[in-house]
Design a protein around this ligand. Sequence first.
Ligand code: ATP
Length: 359
Amino acid sequence: MATVRLDGVRKVYDNGFVAVDDASFEVADGEFLVLVGPSGCGKSTLLRMIAGLESISAGTLSIGGRVVNDVAPRDRDIAMVFQSYALYPHMTVAENLAFGLKLRGAGREEIARRTREAADMLGLDGMLDRRPGQLSGGQRQRVALGRALVRDPAVFLLDEPLSNLDAKLRASMRVEISRLHRRLGATMIYVTHDQIEAMTLGQRIVVLKDGAIQQIDTPMRLYDAPANLFVAGFLGSPAMNLFDVQATVDGSAVVLGTASLPVPGGALAGRGGTRVVAGLRPEQLRPATDADAAAIEVRVDVVEPVGNEVFLHAEHAGRELVARMPPHGALPQPGERLRLGFDPARLHFFDPGTGRRIG
Ligand code: ATP
């Protein structure tokens, strides 16, 4: 079983900097787990510790039920794919694919078979005699994936494998990686700073900030119930609108500028009369109708049509907000006043001090 388990894993670099603190989670056999967070949050350090390329300062790392803290990378039954591809420039594609197997002393037939299978799976058949310099970025990345594939490891570790590719190629490689994961049924741990990659690839996502895990959950749970303000703001584009608001004394509404917004059933129990942060995803806002229980009046600032939708940047009582609208009908104009409605059940609430989700 290729489970990967971390218990209280910590990384302190030689200069005393704590890059990862108290990381604990388990990756199930065959799971696709994504580590995501902004630059410097410690995601590569975490992956490199799992790979054995970085020592572990404290805590326990197990792969397949075996503690591997002190096991050399080559004995961990993992294969890693790097952002930089790390291909040998003087070798052909076939030689690059076969290299790891040769090192391990695999027989000629086995090497030929596994190389053929990987080339077939990744559409590299026609390129086996080329050198990396004669390949496009996407093809090179495929070879890098192929090199991991031929080793048939228990766990694949992927460190931003698509970030050197252009947006279109990235989108198509994303689908290929998903397909590959389904075919292989292997455990995969994937590092990215790209929230779209994280959301589309991950069966579960670990969100990191400043070396600390913020939340671990499925993509939709992270999106629908972010555990704190950081996660709320990190996932979703445009980002969730966040407002400092005042709860009414009985907690049945919050006051945002000149608007009073009803708070459904006890969401702010015990918080009457206090300040809280209210969050609302841009896609929840739409032109208000009489049926709307909650509405705010806004002044339109910037209108961004992006084809299948329109981003409306607007302002209410000095607070900026973004609405994501369908592209139908006449576009609102800058300076125009509009009423935007939403379902109050879609409001998120956070503690302004700790940033933690309320309720
Ligand atoms: P990026 O997306 O930019 O690669 P990351 O989330 O992968 O970022 P890491 O590379 O894991 O981040 O680095 C985490 C933190 O540890 C950063 O603040 C980095 O400066 C620091 N760091 C990395 N390597 C070392 C080192 N050898 N010595 C000291 N600090 C380091």
